[in-house]
Design a protein around this ligand. Sequence first.
Ligand code: SF4
Length: 261
Amino acid sequence: MIARIYSLYVLDYIISSNIEMLLRWSFFLTQFIKPFFLKQKKSHMRIGGFHKLSVVDYPGKVAAVVFTQGCNFRCGYCHNPQLVCPSLFKAPIPEQYVIDHLRKRQGKLQGVVVTGGEPTLQKDLVDFIIKIKGLGFLVKLDTNGSHPKILAMLLSMGLIDYVAMDVKTAVAKYKYCAPELIQESIQLIINSGVPHQFRTTMVKKTCSVEDVHSIRQSIAGASHYVLQPFIASKDMIDPSLALEEQYTDEQFSVLAARFDV
Ligand code: SF4
């Protein structure tokens, strides 16, 4: 009888010791081993600039602005060649730096503008915006409209609170991407119900008055459309535009009064 009780005691000790050992090993595994195997996914966001405070880039909001590197267009009037031409790229700003800063600005900033370059070229854009939304910020996306699939995904996931899309000229005249992609993006934005703005920079060589008529037809139903004046700068992708004839201030004012929505 005593031998039986003793053997049960030994068995119980072995089982409980093993459970305890198992628990200890589980703890060890989760604390020390797991990080080696479950490394955080590396972000491929290429961030070429970060403005910590802006009151002009997100209508009615105080926002930070993230500038992504890379663009599939080469608009002559573009003032950001360092975000467009790979030979001018600087070392990207780590995504974690941006996220850490935004975390510190919770409750102080209202939104984050993600602009470019062209943000929809970024492989990890959706993940990046999920992180920003997770911190409680509104997100405004600036896009050239060439990637409607990414735009559709962002809109359908409720990740975008404001979209601004440049419409460069009459949709049929696009040369850097298929006109159908531009029209698809326009339709997605209008149908999304998300606050939006379409805008056209008035460069005489690429956008005639007839082109603006055509744009207005393409964006029928849009709640906001603005013409922007061409502003010459030595940093433009095509500095020769500064030497060409452009709309005068008076002509621009007349066009804006006629076409702005
Ligand atoms: S204006 Fe916009 S779309 Fe055009 S080249 Fe510059 S970043 Fe790209």
